[in-house]
Design a protein around this ligand. Structure first.
Ligand SMILES: O=P(O)(O)OC[C@H]1O[C@H](OP(=O)(O)OP(=O)(O)O)[C@H](O)[C@@H]1O
Ligand SMILES: O=c1cc[nH]c(=O)[nH]1
Ligand SMILES: [Mg+2]
Length: 216
């Protein structure tokens, strides 16, 4: 079955370098966090192309009038880190989007059923439909977590066409399920891996992103 959503894997040396560092089991927690921050920064840089709202506003240079383009401050921008592991990408994203509102959501997968449970939701009651929404979530495995996040967003008025996900490793299962339900969503991922093992971990993946970030 063809994949319906758009997935970009930036072939950028900084993205590929930090992905390698994050994958390496010998990488200690402190360096793993740096790698994830860097991935958050460069994946955000790629993802906000053609997505941030712009407006034209001429300026006067010291020499002459000149056309200029600026980010339109009237269109809301929101970043939705998915706790815990999504926090590892947040610093990098926030560096590039310093004025964005940050709305946290926390989900944990049951180790047996792989079903996610939501234990924290700091979303506003409603989102303006043109709100630009960036979701840092490093692991897209079964896709269950991201489908829950999307449901919580859309029932508050968010438009999938303005949602961009930054992820480090995505599995085909998650991409298929997300594409079937939300084909408008665009994903920027450092890699698409082969699949999942019996415990629902992405292979080769990078292990448990939350545990490696927080040393648990
Ligand atoms: O696509 P899925 O199959 O839903 O899996 C992906 C989710 O699983 C992990 O979360 P986990 O439950 O380990 O929580 P954590 O981030 O707190 O470690 C990971 O951080 C993703 O959020
Ligand atoms: O491989 C995986 C799958 C889900 N969550 C992780 O942290 N790693
Ligand atoms: Mg985890």
């Amino acid at each position: 079955m063809a994949l319906k959503l758009r997935v970009y894997v930036p072939n950028h040396p900084l993205v590929q370098h930090w992905l390698g560092v994050a994958r390496d089991e010998a990488t200690p927690s402190v360096l793993f966090r740096s790698a994830m921050t860097e991935l958050g920064r460069w994946l955000t840089y790629e993802a906000i192309r053609d997505w941030l709202p712009m407006m034209e506003n001429g300026v006067q240079t010291p020499l002459a009038p000149c056309p200029a383009n600026f980010i339109n401050p009237d269109v809301p921008v929101a970043v939705i880190p998915v706790l815990r592991a999504g926090l590892s990408l947040l610093d990098g994203a926030q560096t590039l989007l310093p004025l964005a509102s940050i709305y946290h959501i926390g989900l944990a997968r049951d180790e047996e059923t792989l079903e996610p449970t939501c234990y924290l939701n700091r979303f506003p009651d409603s989102f303006q439909p043109d709100t630009r929404i960036l979701i840092p979530e490093p692991m897209l495995a079964t896709g269950g977590t991201m489908l829950t996040v999307m449901e919580e967003l859309t029932k508050r008025g968010a438009s999938p066409e303005w949602v961009r996900i930054i992820s480090v490793v995505a599995a085909p299962n998650a991409l298929q399920r997300l594409g079937d339900r939300y084909p408008e969503v665009v994903i920027y991922s450092a890699a698409i891996d082969e699949g999942l093992n019996d415990q629902g971990f992405i292979v080769p993946g990078l292990g448990d992103a939350g545990d490696r970030t927080f040393g648990t």
